[in-house]
Design a protein around this ligand. Sequence first.
Ligand code: ADP
Ligand code: 5GP
Length: 202
Amino acid sequence: MNKGVLYVLSAPSGCGKGTVLKEIFARNNNIYYSVSATTRSPREGETDGVNYFFVSKEKFEELIASGGMLEHAQFCGNYYGTPKKKVMDELESGRDVILEIETAGAMKVKAAYPQAVLIFMLPPSLATLKKRLTGRGTDSEEVIAKRISEAEREINMSYKYDYVFVNDDLSDAVSSLEMIMKSAKYLVNQNDDLIKGVLQKC
Ligand code: ADP
Ligand code: 5GP
């Protein structure tokens, strides 16, 4: 049996990752969504253990030191990281996993796990991105300004990804992501066990 596929989805903050993934999970509940750890404070409506594991800086640094993180990065003054064990166990059991992480972390995942499929979601424009961040109503003006200033740098990183698509119309974006995820399952580097299995049959 092939291992699960490790998908990494990045996009500037406010582009719509959470919104698009909600639709993906509504259609396919057999993908494991990796819950990250972060030192940022919970937003209204966010739950510990569901949206993130909200931890102190000290606890986060302990997790790094004990080798418990697949990757970690700092973004807008906070730590974010992917707990390693659960992700590796799910992949080993054949289940697909999705990480919703920023670009520096995505590069670290690719280095540690070269079969990872890197997907970048673009906003239709920076002006639309700003409207979405403002419209979401969860961040202060200062935080929004920081996130917008990161967005251009992150969009330039999309050249290092395997796939790119735009989140303009929501249902088109969901279809694009679904197609990308399906097509990635047929990549040769995801099918080592399948090929070996065929060769072993007489
Ligand atoms: P992210 O997870 O990337 O930070 P969110 O999913 O929280 O972004 O989306 C940010 C805001 O943009 C939300 O208010 C969401 O409803 C809105 N949004 C997301 N996708 C679209 C879209 N395709 N068209 C219009 N608004 C969108
Ligand atoms: P937010 O504060 O908006 O939830 O997330 C800020 C950024 O951190 C987003 O780009 C999000 O994808 C990214 N992020 C969330 N979890 C992780 C993680 O575990 N590792 C890394 N490197 N980035 C993460």
